[in-house]
Design a protein around this ligand. Sequence first.
Ligand SMILES: Cc1cc2nc3c(=O)[nH]c(=O)nc-3n(C[C@H](O)[C@H](O)[C@H](O)COP(=O)(O)O)c2cc1C
Length: 243
Amino acid sequence: MDAYAAIHSRRDVRSGFLPDVPVADDVLTRVLEAAHAAPSVGLSQPWDFLVLRDRDLRQRVHAHVAAERAAYAAELPAARAAAFRELKVEAILDTPLNIAVTCDPTRGGRHTLGRRTQPRTAGYSAAAAVQNLWLAARAEGLGVGWVSFADERGLAALLGLPAHLEVVAYLCVGHVAEFRPEPELATAGWAARRPLRWAVHHDATGGGRCPARSLRTCSPRRSPRSRPRTRPRGPRPSSGWTG
Ligand SMILES: Cc1cc2nc3c(=O)[nH]c(=O)nc-3n(C[C@H](O)[C@H](O)[C@H](O)COP(=O)(O)O)c2cc1C
């Protein structure tokens, strides 16, 4: 599978895992090697990968996530809450293993090259490792589902992390029956994909047609001419610049 095929067929997977098919050690090692090959600010490699198989621990994480899911649902308007009830948002116990990806924002020391003015680059580096992991897993036929419902400090406590470590991602990993062609949230009508042309802006330092300005001010209502003739099926994205 080439890089583009992996990128375009990668999915966030929540259902359809094959619980009885284990993740072989050599496959897991390749996937983690790919994650560990990610770019990082100042080559600080701030990530660690916690491979979690212990059922009791995962049950505690699952209970925490279920509580946070309920709290989120309680804040939704009625129609949205009804739609949300139909969505699966995690596969913590449906997969043979979970991987927590952490970030040590102090790794590399205080003079880490490139981090002085942008401390968040440590977390960005860990997120790049997650993406490498996700794509390598796809190439290996492994599904990955990212769960971000947990309260970050609550999850860190459940995992027994020292206070300076951040949880960047909690991933459910296992073999799957299939990879769907479209994001589940799009198929369910929960959210829509934005066309590339809505996301690309040329010559951001220009004059009157400055895209950077349009990012701040344009909305379809205020600027109908900038609105594409078509938009993806499904609900309009709830926030951000849409045309
Ligand atoms: C930072 C991050 C957090 C996410 N958290 C969740 C989550 O808690 N539950 C869930 O079902 N999907 C989660 N997702 C998956 C997204 O919903 C998914 O990537 C998006 O709908 C696009 O689908 P695709 O990954 O299949 O292309 C998360 C994705 C990212 C990048």
